[in-house]
Design a protein around this ligand. Structure first.
Ligand code: IMP
Ligand code: MG
Length: 181
């Protein structure tokens, strides 16, 4: 069996750098939401490592829930339609929501989700995202907590997948082109 690391062109963000950044974001969230009814909403499956890590860096009481979505057809079109594969288990009315996501590319997935969840009248709704590809943005999005801006390369690891693999790498790496071409 081949090692995953041999499919990686180079490491873009090390495990150590991720750790520091997530801890910094957790501290900010703990300060900003002190005394508020905070609910973290992880978007499956890419957000799982970030969510698991971030929740441990948050020192105030909070609850959590998960959603699973998939882009409908061609995600590069601006229709912005996203299919909900798993909806929330809990009511969100009167809660302060923080959507936890791995990476924003076009922004279509999150801008659809924001609209969808706003309809259920949370007190506030914001985004915490580890990575952002600013060059690829199609939908306007305000990201309250952002880890790193990244170049337009195909990234894997720390939740990010290629064909459902590499999510368990502890760092963010650039996938070798020969793997997906
Ligand atoms: P958006 O709707 O275009 O912003 O889609 C964001 C989603 O695309 C993320 O949640 C990821 O699942 C996926 N994605 C975007 N860029 C990458 C990448 O470089 N590697 C793996 N998945 C990616
Ligand atoms: Mg995703």
């Amino acid at each position: 069996m081949k090692d995953m690391a041999s499919d990686i062109e180079r490491v873009l963000i090390s495990e150590e750098k991720i750790k520091d950044k997530v801890s910094e974001i957790g501290k900010k969230i703990s300060k900003d939401y002190a005394g508020k009814d905070l609910m973290l909403i992880g978007i499956l499956k890419g957000s799982v490592p970030f969510m698991a890590h971030l929740m441990k860096e948050i020192t105030i009481p909070c609850t959590m829930d998960f959603m699973a979505v998939s882009s409908y057809g061609n995600s590069t079109t601006s229709s912005g339609v996203v299919r909900i594969l798993k909806d929330l288990d809990f009511e969100i009315e009167g809660k302060h929501l923080l959507i936890v996501e791995d990476i924003i590319d076009s922004g279509i997935t999150l801008s659809y989700l924001l609209k969808y969840l706003k309809g259920r009248k949370p007190l506030s709704i914001d985004i915490a995202c580890l990575l952002n590809k600013p060059d690829r943005r199609k939908a306007d999005l305000d990201v309250k907590y952002l880890g790193y801006d990244v170049p337009d390369e195909f990234l894997v690891g720390y939740g990010l997948d290629y064909a459902e693999h590499y999510r368990n790498l502890p760092y963010i790496g650039i996938l070798k082109e020969e793997i997906y071409k």
